[in-house]
Design a protein. Structure first.
Lengths: 445, 164
């Protein structure tokens, strides 16, 4: 057990040390992920049928989801099943540690499941193969149709046990699904599990919708819609589908985000061509003006303690990032690097701000400390913006667009994620083109 | 702005070079013509332009990240103002747009600022603000979908649209 922890700890040390020295981390895949074996969960023969579920395959499918989750982190290397040496049910009782060590596994996940009386009962164990002991074990019961979430929750528990940090697998991503030609784009709100499954469309595409963002405390969403050609910020309950305009503003409201306690929405309101930042408390409907400046002030984001707000403004002439107290006082510019800076988003841990940087026709996603020092550019491309944090503050999801030809051909918009170390950049699977992602909190919290 | 001046200078230099180049070759290729339709990165050509009435262009163009009106834009807007004075029952919406090379939310604000720059100018020429509504589309509705400096310059625009 010690060895696993130490080797992960070394990996983390290795990341942060390296990336502190490199301005743009472009080197990938040179780390040493932990070899882990995820045994298919044993399916109890007493299991009863449930709707269309293929119970026989459920143990394999849950194991596959866990493997896919682990692989996506870049921290783990799930080993191929063909090499596995023990049957799932026997391994779950007591693995032959030396046999698993032979295939170079350092950790092993085993489990079993049973469907009875329309309930899915799952248990799993995590084994440290080097120390030859059980690290963690858990059993839970849920409705069988939740089986994918079960796989994500198990993944989270194991991730937490091995890294000492909260997981982010039992989460969803809300985004804008895009289709059609570039100059007649159809945009719909869409939501999917973090791994790309269970995509649902929340609007029909009749009006332009932009920038959905999760409430960090529940499954409410705020977004911008051109419903009836009035660009306004909306609030949407994704469980019930009810939605309403936020506030009664006589002009465009945009760039909404929730406060960390979920009780306020912060956004921009454009009056006579000038955009300033406002908040509205959802319960009392009290509107507060936060900035009052003739420049464009937008893309506001609260610090997780609610005491500060980061935003971008062109008051210096070009778009730069500023931080102020949440009452609008003490405004300080924090970006002074080459280029222009936008879309600041405060990390859920509070120590970093993610941003988009534009310089010499290239776009970067990066992170910096909250005073603007320690800038690290994680990824460079033709066009990319709008980072959103995983709930544990380890990974950023953002969108990237490609160059278009004469008739807009070759254009695409996709979601990508990258570890804040600059490693493990990967494209998320979405059914359509996609932009403006926002990562939910853990669903099971 | 320094940057604007520098870009203007660069474009001017490019234009001079182009003229020299085309003269030398004694041929005018179409891309050279297109590049000549840009002045200090503001589009000055006629492609994509529509007309509210004969001789009254519906749109004006802007420099990157800017919402200031050029001499040519003011001329266009004066024509629009004259037209609107003659057609007293006509109301318009001014749509503000940005190119795709900026963050989405900032571009929404920029489009708003551009539409209002055009509206303010029409108002100084005696058109009631009540007749002119504005809407920003940011970078959401490019008129030219190509990813090139010329199409970006055509997309940085405010368009006056009749609503009745």
């Amino acid at each position: 057990m010690k060895k696993i922890i130490i080797s992960l700890f070394l990996n983390f040390l290795f990341f942060s040390h390296t990336s502190a020295l490199i301005e743009v981390d472009i080197t990938r895949g040179n780390l040493d992920p932990l070899p882990i074996a995820v045994s298919p969960l044993h399916v109890d023969i007493k299991s009863e049928n449930f709707k269309d579920l293929k119970i026989k395959n459920l143990g394999d499918e849950i194991a596959e989801i866990i493997e896919k989750n682990f692989k996506s982190t870049g921290l783990f290397n799930p080993l191929k099943k063909e090499a596995f040496v023990q049957k799932p049910d026997i391994a779950h009782l007591k693995p032959r540690f030396e046999d698993w060590r032979l295939i170079k596994a350092q950790a092993l996940v085993t489990g079993k499941l049973l469907i009875k009386d329309e309930k899915l009962k799952v248990e799993f164990r995590l084994w440290d193969l080097t120390a030859a002991q059980e690290m963690t074990a858990l059993a839970f019961t849920t409705t069988p149709s939740n089986w994918r979430r079960v796989a994500h929750i198990i993944s989270d528990k194991i991730y937490e046990r091995l890294t000492g940090e909260e997981g982010y697998f039992d989460t969803r991503i809300i985004y804008v699904a895009e289709s059609g030609p570039k100059n007649q784009r159809i945009k719909k709100l869409a939501i999917m599990d973090q791994d790309g499954f269970n995509t649902k469309y929340l609007t029909l595409g009749n009006e332009l919708v932009l920038t959905p963002r999760f409430n960090p405390t529940n499954q409410m969403v705020t977004y911008m819609s051109y419903f009836r050609n009035m660009p306004r910020v909306y609030l949407l309950d994704i469980e019930t589908g009810t939605q309403e305009v936020v506030g009664n503003f006589p002009g465009m409201t945009f760039a909404p985000r929730f406060s960390p306690n979920g009780k306020k929405i912060i956004m921009s309101f454009a009056k006579d061509g000038n955009s300033d930042i406002y908040t509205m408390e959802l319960e009392t409907r009290i509107v507060e003006r936060i900035t009052e400046h003739s420049s464009i002030d937008t893309s506001p984001s609260f610090s997780p303690d609610g005491k500060f707000i980061a935003f971008n403004s062109d008051r210096s002439g070009l778009q730069q990032i500023y931080v102020m107290r949440s009452d609008g006082s003490n405004v300080k510019r924090i970006t002074f690097g080459k280029g222009i800076y936008g879309t600041p988003v405060w990390s859920p841990r509070g120590d970093l701000i993610a941003f988009t940087k534009m310089h010499k026709g290239r776009f970067y996603i990066g992170v910096m400390r909250i005073d603007g020092t320690g800038e690290r550019l994680l990824t460079e491309n033709y066009y990319q913006e709008a980072p959103s944090w995983s709930p544990n503050g380890r990974v950023l999801v953002f969108y990237r667009e490609t160059k278009a030809g004469d008739r807009g051909e070759g254009f695409s918009a996709k979601l990508w994620s990258i570890d804040i170390t600059g490693y493990n950049e990967r494209k998320l699977s979405t059914k359509t083109d996609a932009s403006d992602p926002s990562w939910s909190s853990l669903l099971s919290k | 702005m320094n940057l604007g001046e520098k870009m203007k200078l660069e474009t001017n230099l490019k234009n001079i070079l182009l003229v020299v180049f085309t003269t030398l070759l004694l041929s005018a290729c179409s891309t050279a013509k297109k590049s000549a339709d840009i002045d200090g990165d503001v589009y000055t050509g006629k492609e994509t332009v529509e007309y509210l009435a004969s001789g009254v262009p519906d749109r004006v163009f802007f420099a990157t990240n800017k919402s200031s009106l050029t001499t040519k834009s003011r001329e266009t807007l004066r024509k629009q103002a004259t037209y609107l004075r003659k057609n007293k029952n006509l109301n318009v919406t001014i749509e503000g747009h940005a190119d795709e090379r900026g963050t989405r939310e900032y571009n929404l604000a920029l489009g708003e600022r551009r539409a209002n720059a055009a509206r303010d100018y029409l108002m100084t020429y005696g058109i009631s603000g009540k007749r002119i509504s504005v809407i920003s589309y940011g970078k959401e509705k490019p008129v030219n979908p190509k990813s090139s400096p010329i199409s970006w310059s055509q997309n940085r625009r405010s368009v006056t649209v009749k609503v009745n």
